[in-house]
Write a protein that binds this ligand. Structure first.
Ligand code: SF4
Length: 227
């Protein structure tokens, strides 16, 4: 599925605040003024490129606030590739250990843009990580998403596992795809096999068997973190 297709042409799920929250890293030249694209925290630069998502997690912070670390993450429109690159060109990338695709939505909803920006960052020598719900194989069934991520230069992925069973996952994350849980496990397996640093995470909510989740991650060859 192309980034230019119908799905990607849609506006973000929710109108954003048109008042720009500018990151504190000198990007005054950016043309984009509809919410925060890049924000700094923990020594990393985080990129927020979409508000769309293929899940409706019961614990999603989007239902509770307008952003993180004082940045408004509701986008009035999805930034184009050029607008994201403008933002990056006006940012001192040397200040950051890693650039991380994350934010108020699922970055792989914009898979082609994600690949293009990753390749641009890799050319600049930056480490790039993807935080994902792991549904991309279902979003783009005709593509080899893990191979494409690797080829673009992605070296690290963090996949939300969130539960030790499909039943609990479906209840907690309410995915748009009925086979989302198995598919995210497969995504993790392929990421490990492709040689990408692969982490699986859970949110510590009641009813989740953290130890069982940790075993699943270990069985796939991934590291594990409770977030
Ligand atoms: S996958 Fe992430 S962005 Fe999507 S609903 Fe769940 S927590 Fe929110």
């Amino acid at each position: 599925m192309s980034d230019n297709n119908k799905q990607d042409d849609k506006q973000a799920d929710r109108p954003g605040n048109r008042t720009a929250d500018r990151p504190d890293h000198g990007n005054a030249g950016s043309r984009f003024t509809g919410g925060t694209i890049g924000y700094a925290a923990h020594g990393n630069l985080y990129l927020n490129i979409t508000n769309r998502c293929s899940a409706k997690c019961s614990f999603c912070i989007r239902d509770l606030c307008d952003g993180v670390y004082g940045y408004n993450l509701w986008l009035s429109a999805e930034p184009t590739y050029e607008e994201i690159i403008d933002e990056l060109k006006n940012t001192d990338l040397s200040r950051y250990k890693e650039v991380v695709f994350t934010g108020f939505g699922e970055p792989t909803c914009r898979f082609d843009t994600l690949l293009q920006v990753t390749a641009w960052l890799r050319e600049k020598g930056k480490r790039v990580r993807l935080d994902t719900n792991g549904h991309a194989k279902l979003m783009y069934p005709d593509r080899d998403v893990v191979a494409e991520l690797k080829a673009a230069g992605m070296r690290s992925v963090s996949i939300s596992l969130n539960a030790e069973s499909k039943e609990k996952y479906d209840q907690l994350c309410r995915p748009a795809f009925s086979d989302a849980y198995n598919s995210l496990l497969e995504f993790a397996k392929e990421s490990v096999k492709a040689g990408m640093r692969t982490q699986m995470t859970v949110v510590g909510v009641p009813g989740i068997d953290i130890s069982a989740c940790e075993k699943i991650a270990a069985g796939l060859g991934a590291t594990f973190r409770v977030r």
